[in-house]
Design a protein around this ligand. Sequence first.
Ligand SMILES: [Zn+2]
Length: 63
Amino acid sequence: MSPAPVLGLLPAEPDPVAGCATCQNLARKREDARAARDGSRVSDCNVLIRAHPHGPRPSGRQY
Ligand SMILES: [Zn+2]
């Protein structure tokens, strides 16, 4: 339990959707960007993850 915010006013980051390869991929890129301390790329990935549509399930796998 660490209440201290890390980098000021960062909004909560979206979680990649389990089972979605695109989201998982973006989440990995986000980690890479974070490791490179590239904040704008991190937020790019966040935007893409948030915007990735998951409306109709492609096939099988009920959530
Ligand atoms: Zn997705």
